[in-house]
Design a protein around this ligand. Structure first.
Ligand code: CMP
Length: 139
């Protein structure tokens, strides 16, 4: 096992449901260390930049509209095997298919508005953390 970092975004649908506190507590309860945290409202261009890998997919436009609809909380999280463990905690992309007790099952709305983002690999996690946090902001 190795110490890893991953990027978490609490998405606008979770903010609208005022579920940020419960999601944050669950993240702490599962042993993640918060190494950086900020709340912001993404511009459309910032959302497009973050999800650039999905540009051209049928859901890209809807995804970027949604992600810039309201505030998000962005966190860099650290623990052993953080990428895999955080993906287990959030569950499948589609909340209907996510396991019981996962964050997307509990707080997600649908496949496009699924409450929480987690990086899908260590390489992606490094790029995603760097998208939001300068080196000096990471504990
Ligand atoms: P996320 O893990 O943040 O990364 C990409 C996002 O695209 C994903 O969560 C979903 O919210 C969204 N997404 C993936 N597949 C679909 C889909 N078929 N329809 C709508 N949105 C999708």
């Amino acid at each position: 096992m190795k110490l890893q970092r991953t990027l978490c975004i609490i998405k606008p649908d979770a903010s609208e449901k005022r579920a940020q506190g419960e999601i944050f507590q669950s993240i702490l309860d599962h042993g993640f260390r918060v190494v950086a945290l900020r709340q912001l409202r993404l511009t459309r261009a910032q959302a497009e930049g973050f999800y650039d890998v999905h540009r051209g997919r049928p859901f890209f436009d809807e995804l970027c509209t949604f992600m810039s609809r309201g505030p998000v909380i962005v966190m860099a999280l650290e623990c052993e095997n953080a990428v895999g463990r955080f993906r287990e905690l959030i569950g499948a992309t589609n909340p209907e298919q996510a396991g019981e007790g996962t964050l997307r099952k509990q707080f997600g709305t649908n496949v496009g508005e699924n409450a929480v983002h987690g990086s899908d690999s260590e390489v992606t996690a490094q790029a995603e953390c760097a998208y939001f946090f300068a080196g000096l902001e990471l504990l």
